[in-house]
Design a protein around this ligand. Sequence first.
Ligand SMILES: [Zn+2]
Ligand SMILES: [Zn+2]
Length: 315
Amino acid sequence: MSDETETTTRETTAGDRDARGAPDGAGGLEAGEPWLGAHVSIAGGLDRAVGRAEELDATALQIFTGQPQRWADPGLGKADVEAFRSALEGSDIQVTVSHDSYLINLASEKEDLFEKSERAFRSELDRCVRLGLDYLVTHPGNATGGDRPEALRRNADALARAIADHPGPTTVLVETTAGSGTALGWRFDELARLIEAVPGPQRERLGVCLDTCHAYAAGYDLREDYGGVMEEFDRTIGLDRLRLFHLNDSRHPRGSRKDRHADIGEGELGDAAFAALMGDRSLDRVPRVIETPKGDDATARDRANLGHLRALAGR
Ligand SMILES: [Zn+2]
Ligand SMILES: [Zn+2]
């Protein structure tokens, strides 16, 4: 993806952002407008991500604090933290999210992979706390050993230890998965068991990120029965645990258990699913972040997808 696409539209869009009001975070934006944004690149420094989000008129942003396909600890200096925080202060961004490395498997029965994963996750949470991020999204691990209850237990224990050892403002969100291979957490009831297995005090800093592509690929019919899916989420996990939506269309059909994101309205989910979700005012408090394909011009494509979502919200 292209990372050098910023700076030109900032001045021309500043007026629009001001008109939407409430950059101070007190109570957020005007009633009826949920926080909305995108996963943005940190190329050139974490603070640059804020500028990229602003180009999208976003009020939420998601980043990787490291390289998602590498184990190397990226480190985080005081200057990085200060630059990021001061960029944030001058912006309209209200909700900040990190997504952990794809390599992490906190459920692994293989000792060396588990240890590496735990080290990486703890270091990730430490960076999130220091940056003052609201949320850290983590994928439940893979039960490669075949024993799902045991894998779930290991995953829950590792989450609990990390949370206990890193006090701070960051809430950890376990993400619904598509259920590829041996991935845990593709059924809501399994995610509920993972959360249940974390002791009470740590569980308070635990929530769920619902990814629309993953849930649909896992079999949840957000396209034809948005209300029914959300009812099931409430029955099994509880809507009070729902803290973030990842809004992505799905390249593969319902029940495929394949995780391939598509542009909003261009995949198997289609406009109807997103219109239902964006129109559901009972969940306006839940921020939304897109992780749709970036193509050659990430800003233009993200703007198009966010514009499409705003239009579907019809407000
Ligand atoms: Zn994810
Ligand atoms: Zn996601």
